[in-house]
Design a protein around this ligand. Structure first.
Ligand code: GDG
Length: 470
C-alpha cells in the first residue's frame, strides 16, 4: 500500500545544480540521504523539495534552475549565502550535528544561527504550502528541518530522522530544545533508525516538550504522534547487479592488478569527525608497528568525499587527517609500497562498486552513526560471499549486522586485533559470516523499509478515520 502522491522534503535535492559557461547543469548529490532515498524516488510517483546546491542571486537565474529541475520532479528552495551559512553551516552543522554525535566541544551556540534556522525552515514551509496538496503524503527528512512542521498545516505529515538521536541529557544542552520538540510533535508520524534513538527521543519529549504527554507515544494512539524505529536500507539488488557489469568487473581487475600481492582494507565516508577517520588511521599505524609481516602486503584504501568544508571544525579535521596520512606513509612506505591510499574526491557509483568488490576487508569505524549505509553496500557487493566487514558498535547498522566483526572505535588496540583477525580469518568463517550478512541486507531492502513505513502510515489513517466515525 503506498500513497498516490508523495512529497519528500529534505535540505538537499537528490541532484545538485552547477553553473556552466552556457547556463546550468545537474549532477547526482552525494551522502547517505541522497543515496538511500534516490532509489526510492526513481521508482515512485513522487516529488522532491529542497535546496538545489547552488546560490543564485536573481529571478532570471531562479527561473532557469526551476525549469531545469521541473522534468526531474524537483522543486527548489533558494537560499542566500547568508541564510545558508547560518542555517546549514551554523545551526545544523555547528550545533545539531556535533551534539547529536556527542561532540559538544564542536558546538557554537550562536543566537544568529538559531534565527537563520528558523527563517530557513519557514522559507521551506512557504514552498511546501505553495506546492503540496492536502491529500498528498508529506515526508520531511532529517535534522536540518526539525522546525519545518511548525510552519505548515498538513494532515499527512511524517518525519524520518537519519542521524542518531542523543540521550535526553545531551539533547537538553540545546537552548532551543523545547521549540524543536514542539515543532516535531506536530507530525503524526516520526520514525527513527533504531529503538535506542526512539527511546532517547521519547525521554527528551517527556522532559522538555511543552505538550508532551505519555499518550503521545501510544503505539495505537490515533490522536497523538506515532513514534517508531525502522532502520533505512539500500537497493541491494542494484548494487549486486552493478558489480556484475562488464565495465565494473574490468575496473575490479584493474584494482587487483595495481595492488597485486597486497590485501586491501577499504573505507568509504564523507570527511566527518563522526566517522572515526583519525581513530582508524591510528589503528592502522599501530597494526603496521605491531605486525611487520604486513609490510608491503597490505594497503588501507580510503575513499573520502569532501563534506561541509566551510564549517571550521571540518576544515581542522581535514588538516589532521592529511597530516596523519602523510606521517604514516612517510614512516612505513618503501620504494614500491605506499600503505595508505587516500582519495579526497567523489568517485562515481560504478567505481565505488568496483572498490567494494575488490576489497578484502571493509572497515567502518564511526564514533557515532545513525545507521551507516556503507556497511550494507559492501555486503551487497560481495557476490562470492567472501570478504570481512568490520563494523563499529556505535553505528546503528550494528544492531542488524550481527555477523560483522564488531569494534569499539575508541579502543585502538581492540581495533588492531580485529583487523589482524579479519586478515587471518579462515575462508569457511568468512563465508558463514558473509552469507548471514547478505541474508540480512537482501532480506530487508530500502523498498521493504518503504513498505513498512507506508503500511504504518496507512494503518494510522485507518484508525483515525475509524475514531472520527465513532
Ligand atoms: C546519513 C547518516 C545514515 C560516499 N562516498 C562516495 C559515495 N558515498 C556514499 C556511500 C553511502 C553514502 O555516501 C554515505 O552514507 P552513510 O550512511 O555511510 O553516511 P552519511 O552520509 O553520514 O548519512 C547515516 C544515512 O544518512 C542514511 O539514513 O546511514 O547514519 O549520518 O551511500 O556510498 N557515493 C559515491 N561516490 C563516493 O565517492 N557515488
Amino acid at each position: 500500500m503506498k500513497p498516490e502522491n508523495i512529497y519528500i522534503v529534505s535540505n538537499r535535492l537528490p541532484v545538485t545544480v552547477m553553473r556552466t559557461e552556457n547556463g546550468f547543469t545537474v549532477t547526482q548529490s552525494n551522502g547517505g540521504l541522497a543515496t538511500a532515498l534516490g532509489s526510492v524516488f526513481h521508482q515512485q510517483n513522487s516529488y522532491w523539495i529542497g535546496w538545489p546546491g547552488i546560490i543564485v542571486d536573481n529571478e532570471k537565474e531562479e527561473q532557469l534552475v526551476k525549469e531545469l529541475l521541473e522534468p526531474l520532479r524537483c522543486i527548489p528552495v533558494f537560499l542566500s549565502q547568508e541564510e545558508f551559512d547560518g542555517y546549514y553551516n551554523g545551526f545544523s552543522n555547528a550545533i545539531l550535528w556535533p551534539l547529536f554525535h556527542y561532540h559538544p566541544g564542536h558546538c557554537i551556540f550562536d543566537d544568529e544561527y538559531w534565527l537563520a534556522y528558523r527563517n530557513v525552515n519557514s522559507k521551506f514551509g512557504s514552498v511546501v504550502s505553495a506546492h503540496v496538496p492536502q491529500d498528498a503524503f508529506l515526508w520531511i527528512h532529517d535534522y536540518q528541518l526539525m522546525l519545518l512542521p511548525f510552519y505548515i498545516n498538513h494532515s499527512n505529515l511524517s518525519y524520518f530522522h537519519h542521524i542518531h538521536f542523543p540521550s535526553q541529557e545531551v539533547f537538553g544542552i540545546i537552548p532551543w530544545r523545547s521549540d524543536l520538540l514542539d515543532a516535531l510533535l506536530k507530525c503524526r508520524h516520526i520514525v527513527f533508525q533504531t529503538e535506542k534513538d526512539r527511546v532517547n527521543f521519547k525521554d527528551a519529549c517527556l522532559k522538555y516538550a511543552s505538550k508532551a504527554h505519555p499518550d503521545l507515544f501510544n503505539t495505537h494512539s490515533s490522536l497523538g504522534t506515532k513514534v517508531s524505529a525502522h532502520p533505512i536500507s539500500i537497493d541491494a539488488f542494484d548494487f549486486s547487479q552493478t558489480v556484475q557489469k562488464n565495465a565494473v568487473q574490468t575496473m575490479t581487475r584493474e584494482i587487483h592488478d595495481v595492488f597485486a600481492n597486497q590485501r586491501i582494507i577499504l573505507s568509504v565516508d564523507r570527511l566527518d569527525y563522526s566517522k572515526g577517520i583519525l581513530e582508524r588511521l591510528e589503528a592502522f599505524r599501530l597494526l603496521l608497528k605491531d605486525f611487520p609481516q604486513y609490510h608491503e602486503k597490505l594497503v588501507l584504501l580510503m575513499l573520502v568525499v569532501p563534506s561541509r568544508s566551510d564549517v571550521p571544525s571540518y576544515e581542522e579535521h581535514k588538516r589532521k587527517v592529511d597530516e596523519l596520512v602523510g606521517n604514516i606513509n612517510s614512516e612505513y612506505a618503501s620504494l614500491g609500497w605506499r600503505p595508505v591510499h587516500y582519495y579526497y574526491q567523489q568517485v562515481n557509483r560504478d567505481t565505488l562498486c568496483a572498490y567494494y568488490a575488490a576489497a578484502d576487508v571493509c572497515l567502518v569505524t564511526s564514533l557515532r552513526d545513525g545507521l551507516n549505509l556503507v556497511s550494507k553496500e559492501y555486503v551487497a557487493c560481495r557476490t562470492k560471499n567472501n570478504g570481512v566487514l568490520i563494523l563499529s558498535e556505535m553505528a546503528g547498522a550494528a544492531e542488524e549486522l550481527t555477523y560483522a566483526l564488531k569494534i569499539h572505535p575508541y579502543d585502538i588496540k581492540q581495533m588492531v586485533v580485529a583487523i589482524a583477525y579479519a586478515l587471518e580469518m579462515e575462508k569457511s568463517e568468512e563465508n558463514v559470516r558473509m552469507t548471514a550478512l547478505k541474508k540480512k541486507v537482501f532480506g530487508y531492502t530500502v523498498f521493504d523499509w518503504l513498505d513498512t513505513i507506508f503500511q504504518e502510515v496507512f494503518c494510522m489513517y485507518e484508525e483515525l478515520k475509524y475514531s472520527f466515525e465513532q
